[in-house]
Design a protein around this ligand. Structure first.
Ligand SMILES: Nc1nc2c(ncn2[C@@H]2O[C@H](COP(=O)(O)OP(=O)(O)OP(=O)(O)O)[C@@H](O)[C@H]2O)c(=O)[nH]1
Ligand SMILES: [Mg+2]
Length: 256
């Protein structure tokens, strides 16, 4: 009997799919409809950063027509990490048992969510993974794949995280996992927000499972990816890796 079979996991509880949006007017309606069709019992929370293109208004219309759709209007663009932290807190306050991260642009296919939720029955955190057998990306230039694979490999080696896709953003958390991560001091904004949470989960001893996904590059709307987001990930992961190695060497606790 392996470790997973020995440990018993509680029931999952209500599911909340959190979709952060910034200028996703072309995507917000189709993605919410796809989530509602793929997992009809799940609720959706759109966390919009006051998008100038009217995404927030479209989200309000969706919420008015469907009591399982909710909207969080935030002051302005503060990054994906901040939107997720606020969304997680809202979900915890409203008694959801599972909190899912999903992009608005269709890269994370709602039709694959049932597989993530099934895996979460015997895990604390499930990561949708592009870089394990069965996982793939559709319509990415080789340069983007190189950057993403390289970023995951660098993070895995720097932080000793046994995860193949550590920057991915299609994830399902049990609420107890989020509550155990000490999210009060998460400062990361972009991709490194995802690295930060995965690293915290591994360090806290949670059972983290990767499930293969097919990631589809956005078809509509503009990317919010920037050099700044990549640079933030690089310097933070490097600083965390150096800090935790130094702490191991000197016997001091690493800074969070
Ligand atoms: N609320 C909020 N959402 C954001 C912010 N930045 C990005 N997002 C959302 O986060 C998700 C991921 O952003 P993307 O622009 O698709 O980033 P990406 O997937 O790395 O880039 P592409 O591959 O080009 O799509 C999308 O749903 C965005 O609308 C932000 O500052 N605030
Ligand atoms: Mg995207």
């Amino acid at each position: 009997m392996n470790e997973d079979e020995q440990r018993s996991f509680g029931p999952l509880g209500k599911v909340l799919v959190i979709i952060p949006t910034y200028n996703e007017a072309e995507n917000v309606v189709p993605i919410v409809k796809r989530v509602r069709a793929a997992v009809p019992e799940a609720h959706v929370l759109i966390a919009d950063d006051n998008s100038p293109d009217g995404t927030g208004k479209l989200a309000d219309e969706l919420a008015a027509a469907d009591e399982q759709v909710h909207v969080m209007h935030r002051r302005g663009k503060e990054g994906l990490g901040a939107a997720y932290l606020a969304g997680f807190q809202w979900g915890i306050d409203h008694d959801y048992g599972v909190l899912v991260e999903m992009d608005a642009d269709g890269s994370h296919q709602p039709e694959e969510l049932p597989r993530l939720l099934t895996a979460l029955k015997s895990a604390d955190l499930v990561l949708g993974s592009r870089w394990i057998p069965g996982g793939r990306v559709v319509n990415w230039p080789k340069s983007r794949e190189f950057l993403s694979r390289g970023g995951s490999t660098y993070s895995r080696l720097m932080l000793d995280v046994p995860v193949h896709d550590v920057t991915g953003g299609y994830r399902a958390f049990r609420r107890e996992t989020l509550e155990g991560l000490g999210m009060g001091d998460v400062a990361s904004a972009g991709y490194c927000f995802q690295v930060d949470l995965a690293w915290r989960a591994v360090k806290a001893g949670f059972h983290v499972v990767e499930v293969p996904i097919t990631f589809v590059e956005r078809v509509r709307g503009d990317s919010k990816m920037s050099r700044g987001i990549v640079a933030e990930a690089l310097w933070r992961v490097t600083a965390w890796g150096v800090g935790s190695r130094a702490a191991r060497f000197t016997g001091r606790r690493p800074l969070p």
